[in-house]
Design a protein around this ligand. Structure first.
Ligand SMILES: [Zn+2]
Length: 450
């Protein structure tokens, strides 16, 4: 018996819950019947949405049924009588929960001007409301403080937090810590990564200002020992260690170059074209990630690159306190930017779900295969007049943007912008209590009735 069911059995004797007459969505029209039987085959059914699932090559209207926290069925028609809860997803897009492989979430330590402190954010207020169900923290912690990060944030977040472990033992604590070559040790870094397989999904090197290759070389060494990819923020641009050598020699296939549209390290050559070394690196299997952040995305770099066909492998935010309210804002805003540059919605979703999941070798995430964990984003494409802002405050006008209507994590609704999973209050009995059900409601469920 699950912990939730045990809690529910206990609560059912204490609480009188009103009936759930079925969610009356915002859309007009008849709501499907909502059986209250505990014998229902599915816990939650998302009906009539346009499913985009890159791994399974689906971009079509499908019903998606969930049971026991897993995807139970994806089919053109699933009978709502088989589900405890049905949500009308027509005119919406149903995608795997978004996977953001560049965030900064190691906060709560009280350390100022540090990504192992105040520069990071608690993830749940920035993720679930934009459809992100998985974040890979981009190297805030190293082997010395990873376990503090784990108990402080990872273990307490609703968002699934994975981590790139910094090659610096002290992690991203700023200033002298991140320049200390003596604290960049492959062995203890790899040992910590091997202690938490599937949680530590890569090694990060970042912010290095010196002329040495040692941070990259030791990160690659740790990545090789632990059999995980390396993500590189290439720090200061130094003639002694050019970008071309990084992507054509130093990085292994599958290693990730982030901040690819920053223009800070020669990503664009002086003639305005994509640095040919990046293209050569891509042929070798080097991965390019967006990592927008507060200082790593420029229209004058991204637009010409996209026109030349140099699209990113993965779209990511580089969320932190310096980006959260600036040009970047959130994952959907970064995705909107690629829509505005002409990328198809299917391609944008692939680069925000299945591609990043594969990059961090989490093949169980980023798709809606039967049996996969039921992490789902339900998105709306809103049309109007919008503006999208880069790191230097330059705007591009746009005509569409993504809005997250509903987020499902482990089969439970954890965010519902317009209450499309909720009943109209006027249909409820006087003095109604919680209207959800623990089988699908991750917010405020009533106990299971038996
Ligand atoms: Zn970052």
């Amino acid at each position: 018996m699950s912990k939730l069911n045990a809690v529910a059995l206990f609560l059912v004797s204490l609480s009188l819950s009103g009936p759930d007459p079925g969610g009356a969505g915002l859309q007009a029209g008849q709501q499907p019947p909502q059986p209250s039987s505990s014998a229902a085959k599915y816990d939650l059914l998302l009906k009539g949405g346009h499913v985009i699932d890159a791994r399974n090559r689906i971009s079509a209207v499908r019903d998606v049924a969930i049971a026991g926290g897993k995807i139970a069925a994806v089919a053109p028609k699933i009978d709502p009588r088989e589900a405890v809860k049905t949500v009308d997803a027509s005119d919406l897009y149903v995608t795997p929960g978004l996977v953001d492989i560049h965030g900064h979430t190691y906060t709560g330590t009280g350390e100022r001007r540090s990504y192992a402190g105040d520069n990071s954010v608690y993830p749940d207020g920035f993720t679930l409301r934009v459809g992100v169900t998985t974040v890979a923290d981009a190297g805030c912690a190293g082997w010395r403080n990873f376990e503090d990060f784990k108990q402080r944030v990872i273990d307490r977040s609703k968002t699934r937090i994975l981590a790139f472990l910094n090659i610096v033992g002290n992690g991203m604590r700023g200033g002298t810590y991140e320049q200390d070559l003596a604290d960049m040790e492959a062995k203890p870094t790899a040992d910590m990564a091997r202690k938490y397989p599937g949680l530590i999904v890569g090694i990060k090197t970042a912010h290095f200002a010196g002329p040495e290759w040692a941070p990259v070389e030791r990160a690659v060494e740790a990545g090789t020992l632990a059999n995980v990819p390396v993500m590189v923020d290439f720090g200061s641009n130094r003639a002694e260690r050019p970008l071309s050598e990084l992507v054509t020699r130093k990085l292994r296939p599958g290693d990730i170059y982030t901040h690819v549209y920053s223009g800070l390290r020669g990503e664009q050559d002086p003639s305005g074209h994509v640095n040919p070394a990046l293209i050569e690196g891509r042929k070798r299997g080097v991965i390019y990630d967006v990592g927008h952040g507060g200082g790593s995305f420029l229209w004058r770099i991204a637009v010409p690159a996209m026109k030349e066909g140099f699209a990113p492998d993965s779209i990511s935010t580089d969320l932190h306190i310096g980006s959260m309210n600036a040009g970047m804002k959130d994952m959907l805003n970064v995705m909107d930017k690629f829509l505005a540059m002409g990328m198809s919605l299917d391609d944008v979703i692939a680069r925000s779900t299945w591609n990043p999941a594969r990059e961090i070798r989490q093949d169980g995430l980023g798709h809606l295969s039967v049996g996969a964990v039921a992490d789902i984003a339900v998105l709306r494409v809103e049309r109007g007049r919008f503006g999208l802002v880069d790191m230097n405050g330059a705007r591009m006008d746009s005509t569409e943007r993504l809005v997250c209507e509903l987020t499902v994590r482990d089969g439970k609704v954890v965010y519902d912008l317009n209450g499309i999973s909720r009943p109209d209050w006027r249909t409820l009995p006087a003095g109604y209590g919680p209207t959800g059900d623990v089988r699908w409601d991750g917010l405020n469920p009533a106990p299971v009735r038996r």
